[in-house]
Design a binder for this molecule. Structure first.
Ligand code: DP6
Length: 326
């Protein structure tokens, strides 16, 4: 009745921003991401008949009630009502636009299913993780990953991720420029609900997604780095433009965010192949060839307002591990 798992964070290149159903957490659009080797969550779940309530210790922060709600889904699948002891930690700041809910719920889904004695297929596990957090569906896989929007609005069974390209097949790096590690004011869930309800640009955001996904899939298949980068920046800026149109508008950027973005354009003009993306927080994530990661990290860490950098290669699938707290 105990298992532990590690799942890696992921960064969307074609963004998910908006739901078509909040009960099942069905995305309004598909999305495409890369999984990061250097950023992970580790989670241990132990179902214990002696417990009257779930005991949830999130060492890096997070919402214990959201974990308990997720465990209810696993209990329903397994046909048990045993409470669990859950312990989890991240090796990076939680809740600061570094996709901690993605790696967190992916690791929780894998560990909880194993601990509950059920063995869902990869697609079922990914769809389950989606109900914890949409981006978590993608963190079950390594390398390049596509989250399918799906068509089944009744069960959401086909709204799960699929692997596109494993990490070793295209050695790229992501440099994260950390600008502010404080917890963001408006979380993704609330931010996307507000955007869908009030931004006049939301319909255009949704209707443009299919073309962006198709173009990105083709670019990844062709290993066309410039095209991947251009599509990545386009999806990012279009998502933020859609958020800016919400009422009240959502501004996740800080002055240093824009300074980093401008530096990426300057580096590109100087011949370095690098493209950026930004999520629901001030951090900038820059995609480059694996061999350029160190130079890029040096350049970004010199920008005033950048508090630190993390270099990461592309990471593996989520996997079971030995108990990290044993
Ligand atoms: C900007 O997956 O955190 O990072 O499904 O409500 O938990 P919920 O949202 P979440 O949103 C991620 C938003 C994003 C873009 C992305 O990762 O695709």
């Amino acid at each position: 009745m105990q298992a532990a798992a590690r799942a890696h964070a992921n960064i969307a290149l074609i963004k998910y921003w908006g739901k078509r159903d909040s009960a099942l957490n069905l995305p309004a659009t598909g999305s495409i991401s890369v999984t990061l080797d250097a950023l992970h969550s580790e989670t241990r779940v132990c179902f214990d008949p002696g417990l009257a309530t779930d005991q949830v210790a999130l060492e890096s922060g997070g919402d214990p009630d959201r974990v308990s709600t997720f465990l209810d889904r696993v209990r329903a699948l397994a046909g048990i009502d045993t409470r669990a002891d859950v312990r989890s930690r991240n090796n990076f700041p939680t809740g600061a636009g570094l996709a901690s809910s993605a790696s967190g719920f992916a690791a929780l889904a894998l560990a909880a299913c194993r601990a509950a004695g059920i063995d869902p297929s990869p697609a079922e596990l990914s769809a389950l993780a989606r109900q914890g957090s949409g981006s978590a569906a993608r963190s079950l896989y390594g390398g390049f990953v596509e989250m399918q929007r799906g068509r089944d609005d009744r069960t959401g069974a086909d709204a799960h991720a699929v692997p596109l390209l494993a990490a070793p097949e295209w050695p790229l790096a992501v440099v994260v420029a950390i600008i502010d590690t404080g917890t963001k004011a408006i979380g993704s869930t609330e931010g996307m609900t507000r955007t869908a309800a009030s931004s006049p640009f939301f319909d255009a955001w949704v209707s443009g997604a299919e073309a962006d996904l198709t173009a990105m899939r083709t670019a990844i298949e062709a290993r066309d780095f410039e095209r991947v980068g251009e599509l990545t920046e386009h999806s990012c800026l279009k998502m933020h433009a859609t958020m800016l149109g919400a009422r009240p508008g959502l501004i996740y950027w800080q002055p240093a965010t824009l300074a980093v973005w401008q530096t990426l354009a300057d580096l590109r003009a100087g011949g370095l192949a690098v493209y950026g993306t930004i999520d629901a927080g001030p951090q900038v994530k820059a995609l480059c060839h694996a061999g350029d990661g160190d130079d890029l990290a040096m350049a970004l860490s010199a920008i005033p307002g950048v508090r630190g950098v993390r270099i990461s290669g592309l990471g593996p699938d989520a996997h079971l591990i030995a108990d990290p707290w044993a």
